[in-house]
Design a protein around this ligand. Structure first.
Ligand code: GDP
Length: 463
């Protein structure tokens, strides 16, 4: 519209479908120089990050990557600790786990990789940057407390990412534990226990007595078999940064998860605007290693700077290629570069996106002051679906709009509707930064009408 307006002021009547000759296009391009360069750069980055096609014959099975989610105090940290300790007792050499942000557990001679930062926020924050880190989520629910608000958040974050959920019903050693009640409550969120005829495995455990932990890990392996997780180990490594810091003595220290290929000492790598040669590699037990295959977390030394968590890392044939990769990111951060072009849904352009065929699902998150309103708004929203676009409520809950809601919206390209609630300060800040469309209402009818009008392209603009 900016360009049409500019041309209009020059006396040239054009529409969005008008072809412009080369000279004319060049003139416009020159005038909007910065924007054009930016677009080219974004293209370059997308090209750099593009995945090569893999040959099925080169793929071999790889360990599952698992994260632990659940309500605060339901035992996520205790369970992770218990899992690691169970493993040490079962005779694994190397002893005490070193904290590198992820750990590998061995059971029945097979491996499972655990991401050490519990919680769905950490998980979705990575996804927000475009990285899918996890295959399976263990949802921890305390047997004496049942389903709580963050349990629901975790369920919806995992579902939005399309990852498998295995439930660990924790604290079964406690007198108030009621396993059946937890199953019943989870059924309300479409997680039906396998022994109740459903598809979700639910394993009663105690992080304290360690009862059920082996069964839980076996269930993870079974699920991994169903998912047929595979990767090609014989190619240049590629993966994501799990965490990174600056160490006074060692320089930038990064924990990366190798997702494809094998990373070796001496490989030239780049992660975001940083590049270098892998000088040293340490596994989760603190052992020096020389190579790391798919699903292996390793701490590496040798990058020129500290990359962001969630950033993609790649190994390259030569130092120059790695440097060139990183330099594409240097002038500006990738996030900043992508900001201008990253497609963010907003009520104002839903209709044009539907018309352009870009939007088949409209994702909505509903927060309200009472559960009754969440349900009422949800049911009305779902009814707005038509042949062109399906309206999906990916999360609904009672309470203020929080950080978790906003990162979920950002990662899943959703619109947030608040009914008689407001965003908290942190949520508001992230929503602004991530350009998440957040709408507040006090009359249900107005919310429904706005979405309906937006879908039809009749929304009155807000100034
Ligand atoms: P997180 O917030 O989900 O990481 O929960 P924590 O792991 O910090 O656990 C919260 C509290 O519950 C702590 O006091 C733990 O000792 C306790 N807890 C965790 N797991 C169990 C369990 O299996 N049995 C009992 N009795 N207490 C547990």
């Amino acid at each position: 519209s900016t360009i049409i307006k500019k041309l209009f002021l020059e006396g040239k009547m054009v529409t969005v479908n008008t072809e412009i000759d080369f000279a004319g296009a060049e003139e416009i391009a020159l005038e909007y120089e910065i924007m054009c360069e930016k677009e080219v750069k974004v293209d370059m980055i997308e090209e750099l990050l593009k995945e090569e096609e893999e040959n099925e014959a080169d793929m071999t099975s790889r360990p599952p990557v698992v994260c632990v989610m659940g309500h605060v105090d339901h035992g996520k940290t205790s369970l992770l600790d218990a899992i690691r300790e169970t493993n040490v007792i079962s005779g694994e050499a190397g002893g005490i786990t070193q904290h590198i942000g992820a750990s590998v557990v061995k059971i029945n001679d097979r491996k499972i990789t655990f991401l050490d930062t519990p919680g769905h926020e950490a998980f979705t924050a990575m996804r927000m940057r475009g990285a899918q880190s996890t295959d399976i989520a263990i949802l921890v629910v305390a047997a004496d407390d049942g389903v709580m608000p963050q349990t629901v958040e975790a369920i919806n974050h995992a579902k939005a990412a399309g990852i498998e959920i295995i439930v660990a019903i924790n604290k079964i050693d406690k007198p108030g534990a009621n396993i059946e009640r937890v199953k019943q409550e989870l059924a309300e969120y479409e997680l039906l226990a396998a022994d109740w005829g459903g598809n979700t495995e639910m394993v009663p455990v105690s992080a304290h007595t360690r009862e059920g932990i082996e069964e839980l890990l076996e269930m993870v392996l079974l699920q991994a078999d169903v998912l047929e997780l595979k990767a090609n180990p014989d190619r240049m490594a590629r993966g994501i940064v799990i965490e990174a810091k600056l160490d006074k003595g060692k320089g930038p220290v990064s924990t990366v998860l190798v997702q494809k290929g094998t990373l070796h000492i001496g490989d030239h790598i780049a992660a975001g605007a940083n590049y270098g040669k892998v000088r040293a590699m340490t596994d989760d037990r603190g052992n020096r290693i020389t190579e790391a295959g798919p699903s292996t977390p390793v701490e590496i030394l040798g990058l020129s700077g500290v990359p962001n968590a969630g950033e993609v890392f790649v190994a390259k044939e030569t130092a120059n290629e790695a440097k060139a990769f990183a330099e594409t990111f240097i002038a500006d951060s990738k996030e900043k570069l992508l900001e201008g072009t990253k497609y963010r849904i907003s009520l104002d352009d839903i209709n044009s996106q539907i018309k352009a065929g870009n939007l088949k699902e409209l994702n909505i998150i509903i927060k309200a002051d009472v559960q009754g309103s969440v349900e009422a708004v949800k049911q009305s929203m779902l009814k707005l679906s038509n042949e062109e676009v399906e309206v999906k409520v990916i999360h609904g809950g009672v309470g203020a709009i929080n950080e978790s809601d906003v990162i979920l919206a950002s990662a899943s390209n959703a619109i947030i509707i608040g009914f008689n609630v407001k965003p908290d300060a942190q949520a508001e800040e992230i929503a602004t930064r991530e350009k998440v469309d957040l709408r507040l209402y006090s009359v249900i009818y107005n919310a429904i009408e706005d979405i309906e009008r937006a879908m039809k392209g009749m929304l009155e603009p807000i100034y």
